[in-house]
Design a binder for this molecule. Structure first.
Ligand code: SF4
Ligand code: SF4
Length: 176
């Protein structure tokens, strides 16, 4: 069984203020780095607000009853606007995995917590288990990330990804 250094095990979820958290506290149970996630980076909220702003700039939001003569789908504009609100409500931001963000029923998080692991890097099943399968498939950087945590420790891994994030990196670009 793989074990991380004791200091890494101490970075548990109690009372972490993610706004000022050390990078290591933003490493999720699966090994992904919360600050690199497009949802935590508010990419969806920003995109929705950008769309709303430009639609309002041209006055299209107020003119829908008139515009529907040329584009029938505009009769659904209010429902569309509700959906945009829903996107922001559900995916507008995220407090981070250790603070309960992400899928509330995440099998990876519950499995790792139940086994007493800080991350899946500690687990011998990481290359084949079922809970992690969608993330192994969806994030080509996940296996190297777990390997990096094993070899260099969670702090070094987190600081490395945070540097990339500071330069604009996001999983949005990386996801297959
Ligand atoms: S909720 Fe699950 S999949 Fe999402 S970051 Fe946390 S452990 Fe990973
Ligand atoms: S079985 Fe999979 S999800 Fe569970 S701790 Fe191990 S690697 Fe993580």
């Amino acid at each position: 069984m793989l074990r991380l250094r004791s200091t890494e095990r101490e970075t548990r979820e109690e009372g972490i203020d993610v706004a000022t958290a050390e990078p290591a506290n933003l490493v999720s149970y699966c090994g992904l780095y919360c600050n690199a996630c497009g949802i935590r980076q508010e990419r969806i909220k920003t995109a929705v607000n950008n769309l709303r702003n430009i639609v309002a700039h041209y006055g299209f939001d107020k003119a829908m009853p008139e515009l529907v003569k040329w584009e029938p789908s505009f009769k659904h504009y209010n429902e569309f606007d509700d959906v945009m609100n829903g996107l922001i409500t559900l995916f507008g931001d995220c407090p981070g995995c250790l603070q309960g963000g992400g899928d509330p029923n995440c099998k990876v998080r519950s499995c790792a917590k139940q086994k007493g692991y800080r991350t899946c890097a500690e687990c011998n099943e990481a290359e084949r288990c079922e809970p992690l399968a969608p993330y192994r498939k969806g994030y080509k950087g996940l296996a190297p990330a777990l390997q990096c945590i094993r070899e260099n420790g969670i702090e070094s891994y987190a600081e490395g990804v945070q540097k990339k994030v500071d330069s604009g990196y996001s999983y949005v670009e990386e996801r297959k």
